[in-house]
Ligand binder design. Structure first.
Ligand SMILES: [Zn+2]
Length: 260
């Protein structure tokens, strides 16, 4: 159907004796308006993207590469997850931060277990109580967690830096909770790590078993670590989740969203 606004000017031709419409404003066709709108929107959108890309802090900007030295921001988790399946980019992030690791050969010790794109962590900001074999993205996430979450919170809330991180380990070819049936754990693909406590420079040993849920600075520190950890890991399980996690945090990058 023809829109009135798009009618041909011939339909408005003067009849004999009619005065010319000299005062009538010339109408802009809708098609032209639409094109003008689209051009304006595109320019405005491009300008917005340009301004965001140039002025947004890198931790909030998904277009900027991930760096372990950046604070945790709105884009950090997504950038960590983007490293899955991109080994070259992932190990470059570790290299840039000076994380020392040993690449592991891909191995497939069982039907649902395996090490793919994984490494042994040799040296990060602080030592760990056990050898950790993890996927590169999990190694990256843990390095960010150390430097941007656990480390600063320890100084801020407890007045002493972390000097060692107590861990139950990472890679373990097993099903969830060590059961003989059911889903396989993210530990089976080196995509999970368990943290049980922190040794501080002043000699204190903060453990979930002893301090979790206590009205102490140590208890508040652990609660804040749990909350902040949820910003960079897919799954964060601790004593609030169930009895199986009463003495440690479980962090993994398996996807999903649990913070408990
Ligand atoms: Zn675990």
């Amino acid at each position: 159907m023809t829109d009135m606004a798009d009618q041909s000017p011939f339909q408005h031709a003067r009849t004999p004796g009619q005065k010319p419409e000299t005062t009538r404003k010339r109408r802009i066709p809708r098609r032209v308006k639409l094109i003008a709108y689209l051009v304006t929107a595109s320019v405005t959108g491009a300008a917005t993207i340009w301004a965001f890309d140039h002025y947004a802090p890198p931790q909030h900007n998904p277009m900027r590469p991930l760096s372990i030295t950046h604070p945790v921001g709105a884009a950090t988790y997504f950038k960590i997850m983007d490293l899955q399946g991109n080994e070259t980019a992932c190990f470059a992030v570790l290299d840039e931060a000076g994380i020392q690791y040993t690449r592991l050969e891909d191995s497939d010790p069982g039907e649902n277990c395996g090490l793919y794109g994984a490494a042994t962590l040799n040296r990060s900001m602080v030592p760990y109580s056990a050898t950790l074999q993890m996927t590169c993205p999990l190694t990256t996430a843990l390095a960010i967690w150390e430097r941007q979450i656990a480390g600063p919170l320890s100084i801020e809330m407890l007045g002493s830096p972390v000097t060692r991180i107590e861990t139950y380990g990472s890679f373990s070819c097993r099903r969830m909770y060590g059961r003989t049936s059911g889903r396989w754990s993210e530990h089976a693909s080196a995509n999970a790590v368990d943290i049980m406590g922190f040794r501080l420079a002043d000699g204190r040993l903060i453990t979930l078993e002893k301090h979790w849920g206590t009205p102490t600075p140590e208890g508040e520190f652990l609660a804040e670590v749990r909350d902040q950890s949820c910003r960079i890991f897919s799954i964060v399980l601790g004593p609030d989740y169930n009895a199986a996690h009463k003495d440690h945090f479980h962090f993994d990058l398996g996807g999903g969203d649990v913070c408990s």
